[in-house]
Design a protein around this ligand. Sequence first.
Ligand code: G3P
Length: 219
Amino acid sequence: MKFFIDTANLDQIKEAQELGVLDGVTTNPSLMAKEGIGGAQNILDHYVKICNIVKGGDISAEVISTDFKGIVAEGEKLAALHPQIVVKVPMIKDGVKALKYFSDKGIKTNCTLVFSAGQALLAAKAGATYVSPFIGRLDDVSTSGLRLIEDIVTIYGNYGYETEVLAASIRHPMHIVDCAMAGADVVTCPLSAITALLNHPLTDVGLEKFLEDYRKVNS
Ligand code: G3P
């Protein structure tokens, strides 16, 4: 399973990269705004900075247009920025048309704001590279996000769709483990959820004992 980090914060991206387990980055307009990145050129420059940190990884850059012509124009500009850019397109009617257009042109896409298996099926039919079901936001409204991941994995498996299931809106380490159990291809997470995977009290106690025993005969 691939690990992406879901942030536009360069320090966090560098930290995840240094951990050695990072396969890519997803951003969205809210995450860019959180870092205070505004203005067309600044936004483009920021994507290039991210690409240069995560060498070889897929970097999702989201369009803000909602009409076919606008999505295509924006997406082509984003894709031309850097070979690692994946154009992130919302699950709307013109977005689906744009997914097909980009797929035919060999431009990688990430279909975002997916909340149902039907939407995921449509994105795969349109040739999306990745589909992003938002599991945390579903959990927030008393609907199982994990169940959606399981359903999409089953449907894609039934027909051999190559679209990768990118579980998004991950909130905690158990989301990551559950997505791995369900067969998601990718999880995109905050850095805190990735580093939380490290934690186990028995690891801490066990290491302390090993070091204590070593010191007993080596001091
Ligand atoms: O990749 C989508 C993700 O950023 C949404 O996460 O936590 O805002 O629901 P969240």
